[in-house]
Design a protein around this ligand. Sequence first.
Ligand SMILES: NC(=O)c1ccc[n+]([C@@H]2O[C@H](COP(=O)([O-])OP(=O)(O)OC[C@H]3O[C@@H](n4cnc5c(N)ncnc54)[C@H](OP(=O)(O)O)[C@@H]3O)[C@@H](O)[C@H]2O)c1
Length: 331
Amino acid sequence: MTQYTEIHLIKRPDGKPVGPHLFEVVKKDIPTAGPGQVLIKQTHMSLDPAMLGWMSPDTESYIPPVELGAVMRSSGLGEVIESNHRRYKAGDIVTGMTGWAEYTLSDGRGFSKLQEGVDAETALAVFALPGLTATQGMKILEPKAGETMVVTGAAGSVGSIAGQMAKADGLRVIGVVGDAEKTDWIVNTLGFDGAINYKTDDLEARLKELTPNGVDVFFENTGGAIQQHIFNRMNTHGRIVVCGMIADYTSKTPAPGPNWIPLIKKRIRIQGFAMPDHFADAPELIAKLAPYVMQGKIKYRTHILHGLESAMTGLNLFFTGENKGKLIVKL
Ligand SMILES: NC(=O)c1ccc[n+]([C@@H]2O[C@H](COP(=O)([O-])OP(=O)(O)OC[C@H]3O[C@@H](n4cnc5c(N)ncnc54)[C@H](OP(=O)(O)O)[C@@H]3O)[C@@H](O)[C@H]2O)c1
């Protein structure tokens, strides 16, 4: 019988870069689908910054940690190889929680068929988590044409889509990134109005220069030193959506954050959100996002790794900023 590979989490992150020491690579016989089951061969697996949180022992987060000894959690896309499920047939392309495994046996829950005409990379980079997250974040921000938005992690999967939606809606959009190539990409390819390199620029001066009328909406994906400067430039009745804080995911002491008095003086609204609360709204979010995509207003790029085992070190690319686009493992 032919075997397949799956990767189990066996240790919690220890402050060092993520690597094979945290995982066990397991070989198993490819199963057959039982009653009501589908056997899915994964072809494209999504890597996401949140995985580091899922690997940690934090039980107070929005989703329980991955148990030690269990297959590492992830979403992905694959082909139905065998089906005893009324909704699926062999050959269907499906997306859902596949895990770090070449084959997955499922009762179909949490999976859905890929929409016709959408290729695998567009599905994972735009219509799956990144696009749904960007759309939900923009919905919370209630942006208006003519306003100024700052988005951090602006060349990333979520930030780049959020910024392009805002541009399409008539906002002035300033993106924050950590690399010169990314500043060029968001301005010259995506059409943002300006970029700040948080690693090399004078943050306060550059932000002031690029946001002469202050900041009305702030899409926060990263945290870090620039957060305080953006907060200081928020206008009265400004809105902030806290989507991610990647600068703090690996830090021993989280940043203290801004003082709250300006929230009162300027009546600023700040809201955090986590997508598992909104997965049931996916059809509504897709309906909002799809017109931007169909009108060619959303450009994206993918960063492809090859082979399941590349995921074990690939996660680090999020934290070094070396990922140039949506990180996908091709199996
Ligand atoms: N709330 C939710 O439900 C939800 C859902 C999806 C994603 N998220 C969050 O949204 C954020 C973006 O996710 P994504 O999938 O689109 O990832 P991404 O932006 O494609 O990749 C992560 C990027 O973060 C930047 N980064 C890394 N360390 C940083 C630091 N110390 N300071 C500032 N920037 C840093 C890097 O870009 P540079 O090269 O520009 O530094 C890196 O490329 C993450 O924080 C993620 O956890 C939240």
